[in-house]
Design a protein around this ligand. Sequence first.
Ligand code: PLP
Length: 389
Amino acid sequence: MSARSYLDWNATAPMREEAKAAFTAAVSRVGNPSSVHAEGRAARALIETAREQVAALVGAQPGNVVFTASGTEANMLALMPAIETADEKRPRSRLFLSAIEHVSVRAGGRFPREGIDELPVCPDGRLDLAALTAAIANTPRPLVSLMFANNETGIVQPVAEAAAIVHAAGGLIHVDAVQAAGRIPCDITALGADLLTLSAHKIGGAKGAGALIRAREDIHFPEPLVRGGSQERGLRAGTENVAGIAAFGAAAVAARVGRDGEAAHMSRLRNELEVGLLAVTPDATVFGRETGERLPNTTLFAVAGIKAETAVIAFDLEGVAVSSGAACSSGKVQPSHVLAAMGVSAPLQRGALRVSLGWNSTEADVEKFLSAWRKLASALSKGRQGIAA
Ligand code: PLP
């Protein structure tokens, strides 16, 4: 059994060997992709190969992939009122977000605060489609953003159904597929997405690369994300992160080729983990376990009276890396907006722990988690008496 078990893959995945090889090869070469000489052309070739590889992961055309420095940047680029299509040049009047989006979508891109509406989810954690239909009914040219799978619960959203509703209302739909890509089938056409976000470090690439992918050539951004040079068709100026992008491409290939096998592996381990967890603490709530499709790697659970921040530290001391449901970038644990939107009680929101597996997680990792939980659950539960859920 390894010294530590890393079970926080939704925060970031380790780099895949293929990605490390591509990164190392790229970083050892000189050459600016904008230069016309041989060194520059070689760097450009690495980027264009990666563009094809990333496009293939989601069934898109390479020319419709815009590389960014993160999923966050891709979301920022996508959420722009001025976005145009061949037959609609007028600005998008309002942005509609599901209540469970990642903070990088909740920030609303370049929409003013008063131009953003939040859409409710049902208690099962999926977007309320009736509410979507009603909300956009009288809005000309709505832009809707709906994630494919939630980063806390792993619950898969009804994206294709939402896309049909949005298109019938003359709108566009952006899909944050950062957590779904490489774990479940993620085809931009089948989803009906107009725009789709990916992040390299969630699929085994390096941190510092992401992509916004358009479904069609005619979707046009009149304003860049970063002004300056003409990199990425002028949408994101700045010399490209060649090594990060090359690694992104290699990770995309591995994620596409290995997806079904990896998903089956993760799902089997996740099931063992949940069965073991419920055997130790039968009163634990595993969010989304009973109610619908989840990512194969994610378990979000809570036990009334156990605080997430205490449990995360206790797991860490036992050599197991997990996170609180609402891990936040400042390191502070805040009640989960996702669970709040699902109507989960405040104490359970505060207690939610996320365990997320990956392609090289092992039985030993699950066993290490469970033995830590056997020890911790009773210790942590000593202070539970009298605490209401
Ligand atoms: N969207 C979702 C659903 C995420 O989980 C994350 C990261 O956790 C992001 C976007 C942001 O991606 P990045 O870390 O590349 O900025």
